[in-house]
Ligand binder design. Structure first.
Ligand code: ZN
Length: 260
């Protein structure tokens, strides 16, 4: 869509992503011997709070919201974006509010110090709003990481998440966690369901990431039916759902074992 920023594709983008992936790693040292799932929403649009959160809550689950406060009160291609009251309501109901830069910066096109400062600004503003642990984890906008930004952020955040498709297991990188998209229509739904089954077959930490949840979603979003189908399958497979922060605590509390 015109006017929507998208990171560089092609060979150059590919090489840059491979380089970022291979360097400055923080491997998961615990064996994840039972599947665990986290639901995360990026940016985030109001529909992720008003539509998605209740669907999770009715099952006793909570989500992780990667919040870029530069979007506060705006409208984007993802629809109406979060308002202060949405953040406060989510926090009050036990959801996790964490950091996604302030200005939704592309790390591959940004000075690492500027990038880190923008993240700190976002965390400081979140703390002013009463969010206690915005540093619990971080997601790179567009999934774009660099070695320099991984290095700059790794000591500040419990983990850093990208958007590379996959399930996280022992040896995978806490500085660039893999994730599975909640988008892509019917084909995307199939992928999401296959990922659930894969997490059962070969236990690991499956992190879903989504954006808007609307009847007519953006390219990066899904319908309420899509999310409902995913939630129903997670419940049918009896897989525990934890926030990213709670999963990280479990990983570090019980080295060598994740029991969710
Ligand atoms: Zn984003």
């Amino acid at each position: 869509m015109t006017g929507i920023y998208q990171p560089a594709g092609g060979l150059l983008g590919k090489v840059r992503r491979l380089t970022a992936r291979a360097g400055v790693r923080r491997p998961i040292d615990a064996s994840i011997d039972a599947p665990v799932i986290s639901f995360t929403f990026d940016d985030f649009p109001r529909s992720a709070a008003l539509v998605a959160a209740p669907m999770l809550e009715q099952r006793g689950w909570r989500a992780t919201y990667y919040t870029a406060l530069g979007f506060l009160g705006t409208t984007t291609h993802l629809g109406a974006m979060m308002e202060r009251a949405d953040i406060e309501a989510l926090r009050a109901r036990g959801h996790e509010i964490v950091c996604h830069t302030h200005a939704h910066l592309d790390a591959s096109h940004c000075d690492p110090a500027v990038f880190a400062d923008d993240c700190e600004r976002n965390c400081a503003d979140l703390m002013d709003m009463g969010i206690s642990a915005p540093h619990s984890s971080f997601a790179f906008p567009y999934g774009e990481a660099t070695r320099a930004t991984k290095r700059a952020l790794q000591s500040r955040y419990g983990a850093l998440r990208g958007v590379r498709h996959g399930i996280n297991r022992k040896g995978d990188d806490l500085n660039l966690l893999k994730a599975v998209a909640l988008d892509g229509g019917e084909a995307g739904l199939d992928k999401a369901l296959r990922a659930i089954h894969e997490a059962v077959r070969q236990p690991g930490w499956l992190i879903f990431y989504g954006h808007d949840v609307r009847e007519t979603p953006s390219e990066w979003g899904c319908t309420p039916d899509f999310l409902e189908t995913v939630c129903a399958e997670v419940r049918a497979q009896d897989i525990p759902v934890l926030t990213v922060g709670d999963t990280l605590s479990t990983l570090s509390d019980q080295p060598g074992r994740l029991s969710a």
